[in-house]
Write a protein that binds this ligand. Structure first.
Ligand SMILES: C[C@@H](N)C(=O)N[C@H](C)C(=O)O
Ligand code: ZN
Length: 232
């Protein structure tokens, strides 16, 4: 009986050891977040010509850039992008340009904080803030990873200054929620105007971030993990 029990224990130990089931996980995150989603594209030459990313500056030079993730001035507190660029799939870049042209008739314009974001950057953000209200879950990928989301604000063309909005960019508090009721009337009007104009041109707002919009049709495009400086 004793020999039988010992044999069972030894077999159990050997199976666990050979399968490496006691190995420490590489990261202290749920396994799902460590695994890149299926169909993640890492080789940009696999993207067909029709689906390539375009630089917003080549579509509309009037759209201003303040790409915070290309600087250490962001919630991760380090530079995440090698270059300051706003890349989007062509139909979405065209729609954003239409928003800009419409706003210009009112003496306003757009300033973008972020556009296409490589999947690995979303993964790094998730290490700091694993909360899908504020960061796309890397297990599924963010719409930014598809070149189909944009973070942005309004600027006054006369002064060149951003309009006052409910919070600073990437302020992950309830003050940034679209249904927050504690804002000054003018601040509310500013964020409502941004939402109205973005919706008019096919961008969906996110309830928890006044600055974030997903392009309708985002599901037609795959997740990318290509560095911004690798996109011609
Ligand atoms: C991190 C923030 N700027 C943002 O874009 N959040 C949304 C939810 C995302 O990561 O897709
Ligand atoms: Zn966003």
């Amino acid at each position: 009986m004793l020999r039988k029990t010992a044999l069972v224990i030894i077999t159990f130990v050997l199976v666990f050891w050979s399968c490496n089931l006691w190995a420490e996980p590489a990261y202290s995150l749920p396994l799902i977040a460590q695994t890149p989603p299926p169909n993640l594209i890492t080789d940009y030459s696999q993207v067909s010509a029709a689906n390539r990313l375009v630089d917003i500056q080549s579509v509309n030079r009037n759209i201003r850039l303040d790409i915070r993730y290309a600087t250490p001035n962001n919630f991760v507190n380090r530079t995440l992008y090698p270059v300051s660029r706003c890349l989007l799939r062509r139909p979405f870049a065209q729609r954003l340009s239409d928003v800009q042209k419409d706003l210009e008739t009112m003496g306003l314009g757009l300033m973008v904080y972020d556009c296409y974001r490589p999947w690995s950057v979303t993964w790094q953000m998730w290490q700091i803030l694993p909360d899908s209200r504020y960061v796309g879950n890397p297990a599924r990928g963010s719409r930014h990873n598809r070149g189909a989301a944009v973070d942005l604000t309004l600027v006054d063309l006369r002064t060149g200054q951003p309009l006052e909005m409910p919070t600073d960019y990437d302020d992950f508090t309830e003050k940034a929620w679209r249904d927050y009721t504690g804002n000054e009337p003018q601040v509310r009007r500013n964020s409502n105007l941004l939402e109205l104009k973005m919706k008019q041109y096919g961008f969906e707002p996110l309830m928890t971030e006044w600055w974030h919009f997903d392009a309708q049709g985002w599901e037609r495009y795959g997740l990318l993990n290509v560095s911004l400086d690798r996109v011609p």
